[in-house]
Design a protein around this ligand. Structure first.
Ligand code: PEP
Length: 246
């Protein structure tokens, strides 16, 4: 099973449901429907309406983040995994570099993952090195640290998806070379197998669009994509799927 996951970031108002409707009508009629899953992560403000509307349809809804507490608390403007689950989301992104930069530490992320899983949300756990790590050839050390400090064997790996998103690639139009990406994905899976015996799905994210998606086709180790910018356009998102299976 491959994944095409759209991360809308700070984008969308109620009428943006039109974008999802177009994606959903393509997806539900696609001859390749059984080969992949479409998940969209709108901002918190739209989760309830979107999740309700798409409840019995093909697309699943994800949150983009959650607070590191289980239920209710006195943290202003925070949203817990319990609250996210209660409005119908099935997935939750955790550890996006945007949030790591804003202060999410390994300890915080560990709690987010644990509480999201406890509330029956599947976790899309993001990892990735920055430009300086890459330049200093620290990519593998950084990735290993990000994985082993947060994921452990007690977690239900069937509910975890890992998204490799090199920070230097997010929103920049730059993507890793095929060789680099194969090596890194294999390395990530090796670390995950050490923890879980088996590897969860590992996605790639960073400037994926309808043109470059063809380059990823040959890389069988990649189990799908986390798509930012291009997921805000139904045409681009659909073209990514079409071009991947072409
Ligand atoms: C992201 O922010 O998760 C992402 C992959 O963004 P983009 O596709 O725009 O690089």
């Amino acid at each position: 099973m491959k994944y095409f996951i759209g991360n809308w970031k700070m984008f969308g108002v109620p009428k943006s449901i039109d974008i999802l409707n177009k994606i959903n009508s393509f997806y539900s009629k696609d001859k390749n429907i059984k080969k992949y899953k479409v998940i969209i992560a709108p901002p918190y403000t739209l989760i309830q309406t979107f999740a309700r509307y798409f409840k019995n349809k093909k697309i699943s809804i994800s949150a983009q983040n959650c607070y590191q507490k289980d239920h209710f608390s006195s943290n202003t403007a925070s949203v817990s995994p319990y609250m996210i689950k209660s409005v119908g989301a099935k997935y939750c992104i955790v550890g996006h570099s945007d949030n790591r930069i804003e202060g999410d530490t390994h300890e915080i992320l560990k709690k987010k993952v644990q509480f999201a899983l406890k509330n029956n949300l599947k976790v899309i756990f993001c990892i990735g090195e920055n430009k300086i790590d890459k330049k200093n050839k620290k990519t593998f050390i950084v990735l290993k640290n990000q994985i082993t400090k947060v994921l452990d064997k007690k977690l239900n790996m069937n509910n975890v998806i890992v998204a490799y998103e090199p920070i230097w690639s997010i929103g920049t139009g730059k993507i890793p070379s095929e060789n680099e990406l194969v090596k890194t994905t294999i390395y990530i899976k090796k670390i995950l197998i050490k923890i879980f015996q088996k590897s969860p799905s590992v996605l790639y994210g960073g400037s994926v669009d309808e043109n470059n998606v063809k380059l990823f086709k040959q890389i069988k180790e990649i189990d799908g994509f986390l798509i930012g910018g291009a997921s805000k356009s139904s045409k681009k998102f659909i073209d990514i799927i079409k071009n991947y299976y072409r």
